[in-house]
Write a protein that binds this ligand. Structure first.
Ligand code: PEP
Length: 249
């Protein structure tokens, strides 16, 4: 069954004291049963956050990981390390990673494999730039990102993944895809999955929308038939906004 998910990507924001304060406010809020809320802070907060979350239903996610188990990869963190501190989800292929760290769907496919092998769940991001949309290339770009990053998996492995559609032009810009634009791409992603894996897999995978999701637009987006929740950046840094988005289904 499709899960309703709201994942808050804190990116490189908040020191430990600030992060704990925000997390405590989120823990104190009321998140409706039936929504999986995921907090995704910087790596360095994960261990202490896991302890703070131990008596809650809020899940913990990481923003990236390396594709190898261990070794001479200075500055990197492995999926096994994330697992060892209680992380359940790992964001892979965020557009900022693709743009600033030269990650591409093929290299991401190795991270996806490693994350699943370690018993974690990837939140695999895809999305087109404004130029690609204006050129009418967005369907092909998204199909290639999904195919190259995920289609090496078997059915059960794919069902462990969450897909996030994040149009690059809507991330951190205040510009949201309209519900109709977002729904069109979500339906396309589901159809792309159905063509390769069949309807059962396509119908049961959660596909999140990301790009300036706020309390005032979340409900309309989440009401779309193929949108199963959100990957939230800026609004995840405010407890009331994050909780309101979690409760927008
Ligand atoms: C994101 O970082 O994935 C994101 C969608 O950011 P924002 O909500 O700020 O647009």
């Amino acid at each position: 069954m499709r899960q309703k998910i709201v994942a808050g990507n804190w990116k490189m924001n908040l020191d430990l004291a600030e992060g704990k304060e925000l997390l405590l406010s989120i823990i104190d809020g009321q998140i409706n049963e039936g929504t999986t809320a995921i907090v995704i802070p910087p790596f360095i907060h994960l261990n202490s956050f896991k302890q703070m979350l131990s008596h809650t239903k809020i899940a913990l996610g990481a923003q990236n990981c390396h594709q190898q188990d261990s070794g001479a990869f200075t500055g990197e963190v492995s999926a096994a390390m994330l697992k060892s501190v209680g992380v359940e989800y790992v964001v892979l292929g965020h557009s900022e990673r693709r743009e600033y760290f030269m990650e591409d769907s093929l290299s991401l496919s190795f991270k996806v494999t490693k994350v699943i092998e370690k018993g974690l769940r990837p939140i695999y991001c895809c999305g087109e730039t404004l130029a690609q949309r204006q050129e009418g290339e967005h369907f092909e770009i998204i199909r290639a990102q999904v195919k190259n990053g995920l289609f090496h998996l078997n059915e059960m492995e794919l069902l462990n993944c969450v897909v996030a559609y994040e149009p690059v032009w809507a991330i951190g810009t205040g510009e949201t895809a309209s519900p109709a634009q977002a729904q069109e791409i979500h339906a396309f992603i589901r159809k792309t999955i159905a063509t390769e894996y069949g309807d059962m897999v396509a119908e049961n995978i959660s596909i999140l929308y990301g790009g300036s999701v706020k309390p005032n637009n979340a409900e309309e987006l989440f009401n779309c038939p193929d949108i199963d929740g959100g990957l939230v950046g800026g609004a995840a840094l405010d407890a009331n906004s994050f909780i309101a988005i979690c409760n927008s289904f």
